[in-house]
Design a protein around this ligand. Structure first.
Ligand code: NAD
Length: 367
């Protein structure tokens, strides 16, 4: 099968984790007999520095011409005081719009061998396997009007939360469909006691839920959900929520399972899927070779599953991550005091080697 992928390493630790994810993807392609066609382009601060634009036209065109996009992270403090459209983050928001990727899937799974990394007791975290389905193209991050006036004590700012019924319905259908292949439970999170957008959200999700009578739907306010996530994370299955609530709750989920560096994401629904770790550019650790590449590598697994429909290959990458963790390999964010740590590159190489051996074993079994 031909795999046409655009890689956008971006800023900070983005290039470090993406180079490891690409090594793993290359092993998958050669080991399982696929033809990988890779194109690398700039986004975010890297694109601003080179072209004065956080999403150059050449990047957009390359992404639209491929089947999937693998992105590292955007964000560089050097551009923090730029106008909004000239900040690295604007490039990512525009890319999501260009790709029309409206459903953002963010799995948060507990690895028993990382029990010591979670701030929660093992009996609370054990069994946690959450899929957050976040609406990605609406709400406060995109709503107009928006403005900012800073004026010596007399300024004001405006953001607009706006949702339409079709926007809610399409992401709700993705969540219900995915719940069917899991424990068949959808928890819709909103703030319908205060926000009109959330009242519309609850109304539409309830209506869509009637088409999925085999899936149990419940609702919760976002403040209560934030608390429940730390009190009983193992009780959550699929979480369906709007853009900003999903952004915040998924970082919380990262903390719960042990590190933000573990979390992968898939943004689907448009013609080209976008795959990226949940974390940002982590300028505090960039360039040191210590970033955790697992979120990026697990994003490759999501790409194999959701864009290319290659379940066996996706499972192989996931098994590589589990086996590497079982072997005691830990980047600094995952290590307990006194534990030996490995670099970003060593962690990636370990998983790439697993994939290569597993693919050869698979080949032998088939012949
Ligand atoms: P961050 O996710 O970059 O970092 C938060 C904390 O987690 C930091 O202490 C960091 O060192 C740690 N961390 C993150 N990823 C890690 C990894 N793979 N391995 C080990 N530790 C890791 O969030 P932030 O510090 O709030 O933001 C930094 C920049 O990233 C900002 O410019 C922000 O706008 C941007 N950002 C981008 C994205 C994205 O590209 N999707 C997402 C979030 C933030």
């Amino acid at each position: 099968m031909q795999l046409r992928v655009t890689s956008l390493p971006g800023d900070g630790i983005g290039p470090e984790v993406i180079s490891q994810a690409i090594c793993v993807l290359e092993e998958v392609a050669s080991g399982f007999g696929h033809d990988l066609e890779l194109d690398e382009k700039e986004i975010g601060g890297a694109a601003l520095a080179k072209f004065g634009n956080p999403l150059p036209e050449a990047t957009t065109q390359a992404c639209l011409a491929s089947q999937a996009v693998l992105l590292g992270a955007v964000g560089n403090p050097a551009f923090d005081h730029n106008p909004r459209e000239l900040r690295p983050e604007a490039g990512l928001l525009r890319l999501r719009q260009e790709l029309r990727a409206f459903a953002n899937l963010r799995p948060a799974v507990f690895y028993p061998m990382l029990a010591g990394c979670s701030p929660l007791r093992e009996e609370i975290i054990r069994g946690t396997d959450i899929l957050i389905v976040r609406e990605l193209l609406g709400g406060l991050y995109f709503g107009e009007p928006r403005s900012l006036e800073i004026d010596h004590g007399d300024g004001h700012a405006v953001n607009t939360m706006r949702y339409t019924e079709p926007e809610i319905e399409r992401v709700a259908r993705v969540a219900f469909e995915l719940a069917r292949s899991r424990r068949k439970r959808v928890l819709s999170i909103d703030k319908s006691n205060v926000l009109e957008c959330s009242r519309l959200w609850r109304e539409v999700v309830t209506r869509v839920g009637r088409d999925f009578s085999d899936v149990l739907l419940s609702h919760m306010y976002v403040d209560s959900a934030a608390m429940s996530l730390v009190l009983k994370p193992a009780e959550f299955d699929v979480i369906l929520t709007e853009n900003m609530f999903g952004d915040i709750l998924s970082d919380e989920a990262g903390g719960i399972v042990g590190s933000l560096g573990l979390l992968a994401s898939a943004s689907i629904g448009g013609p080209v899927g976008l795959y990226e770790p949940v974390h940002g550019s982590a300028p505090d650790i960039a360039g040191q070779g210590i970033a955790n590449p697992l979120g990026a590598i697990l994003s490759v697994a999501l790409m194999l599953r959701h864009t290319f429909n290659l379940a066996k290959e996706a499972e192989c990458v996931e098994a590589g991550v589990t086996s590497t963790l079982m072997g005691g390999f830990r980047t600094r964010d995952l290590a307990r005091p006194g534990e030996r740590t490995v670099s970003t590159e060593q962690m990636g190489a370990q998983i790439a080697e697993f994939v290569s051996l597993a693919a050869r074993a698979n080949d032998r079994a088939a012949s």
